[in-house]
Ligand binder design. Structure first.
Ligand code: ADP
Ligand code: MG
Length: 339
């Protein structure tokens, strides 16, 4: 029989990878905002239209790219963030897979405008379905603007699968909350369909939380602070009386990255046991700082699920620290569940 195995062309491989990286418009928002953070931006603008389906733009004042780098950034596995396998165990950036821009460019119309501090002139690249359409030298401010239009234009099945503009907007807003909470020292602006949703100046963590969730949140917050050799825990829990049936204001950040952890959520529930009604969930905004060598972020392309080396210790520490804060601030009300 004749040989039948072939290497897939790059644009096909990119489209397959895009299926993992880009599930919906909010995935693009996440990747672009994380790139802006990694570029050292102190100001990031997010502009979207129609739930991100027609337009997503992220503008940053970060370090920008040279013309050659700008072009290379759209290649798969092209990254400035890691060089060797060992680097995976010492990550200080959000990105490292070098997949996002290649994936996005495979399934959307993309325009990048970028300039470094040292260059006098910037670069503009248009790329559609993995094909570079134009590359020009242009006048540009320092930093990068990424414009992503018509997501999934070439994959009708994926485009049709998208939810209403409102639902997609909610996902984007969630992503915006996560990233802006993880980086309170960065200023963020968010515009939706031409109207101003958030103007967040650079701030401390508490003020950032209050900016996003409203002034009433301030009085709900109880500080949490603990440092051991394994982890530094900091942030806020909400007082037990504000626990809700619905989930929503639960945030864990591991080394400035939003993570999902049902396991650690359980530790918090344990700490609140007896002071909240069963079936309700307390709000929390907690930062866990661990040695990058003790956390594995590379278990899924979207990197929201991570693996800690010593989960059990972390669980126990989180539970006792939160319990301690509840006790210390004397916020444990006498609840009578019998009534
Ligand atoms: P990763 O972030 O995993 O490295 P990406 O595909 O997201 O992969 O980006 C590829 C490369 O393009 C990055 O490593 C970085 O060097 C460059 N890049 C992307 N976005 C920006 C940006 N906003 N500012 C400066 N450089 C960027
Ligand atoms: Mg990236």
């Amino acid at each position: 029989m004749a040989d039948i195995i072939r290497l897939l062309p790059d644009h096909v491989a990119n489209q397959i990878a895009a299926g993992e990286v880009v599930q919906r418009p909010s995935s693009v928002v996440k990747e672009l905002m994380e790139n802006a953070i990694d570029a050292g931006a102190t100001e990031i603008q997010l502009i979207i239209k129609d739930g991100g389906k027609t337009l997503i733009q992220v503008v940053d004042n970060g370090k920008g790219m040279s013309g050659t780098d700008a072009r290379l950034s759209f290649e798969r596995h092209a990254t400035s963030k890691i060089q060797k396998a060992e680097d995976l165990f010492n990550l200080h950036t959000k990105g490292f897979r070098g997949e996002a821009l290649a994936s996005i460019a495979a399934i959307a119309h993309v325009e990048m405008l970028t300039k470094t501090e040292d260059d006098d002139i910037g670069t503009k690249i248009k790329i559609e379905g993995s094909k570079i359409v134009t590359q020009e030298v242009v006048v540009a401010p320092k930093g990068t603007s990424m414009l992503v239009k018509n997501l999934f234009f070439n994959i009708p099945a994926r485009r049709n699968f998208l939810k209403s503009d409102q639902v997609e907007y909610r996902h984007i807003a969630d992503e915006f909350h996560r990233i802006s909470l993880a980086h309170p020292q960065v200023a963020f602006n968010f515009y939706n369909n031409g109207s101003d949703v958030f103007q967040l100046p650079a701030n401390d963590f508490r003020k950032r939380i209050v900016h996003i969730f409203g002034r009433k949140t301030d009085e709900k917050l109880v500080p949490v602070e603990e440092e051991t050799q394994v982890v530094k825990i900091s942030g806020y829990i909400q007082k037990p009386e504000f626990a809700k049936k619905s989930r929503g204001e639960q945030f864990f950040f591991a080394n400035n990255r939003f993570i999902k952890s049902p396991y650690l959520h359980h530790a918090i529930l344990g700490a609140f046991e007896g002071v909240i009604r069963p079936g309700t969930h307390p709000g929390y905004f907690l930062n866990l700082e661990v040695d990058p060598a003790t956390i594995d972020i590379n278990i899924h392309p979207t990197k929201t699920e991570v693996k800690f080396d010593d989960e059990h210790t972390l669980y126990a520490m989180l539970k006792s620290t939160v319990k301690h804060s509840l006790g210390q601030f004397n916020v444990v009300p006498a609840l009578d569940f019998e009534q």
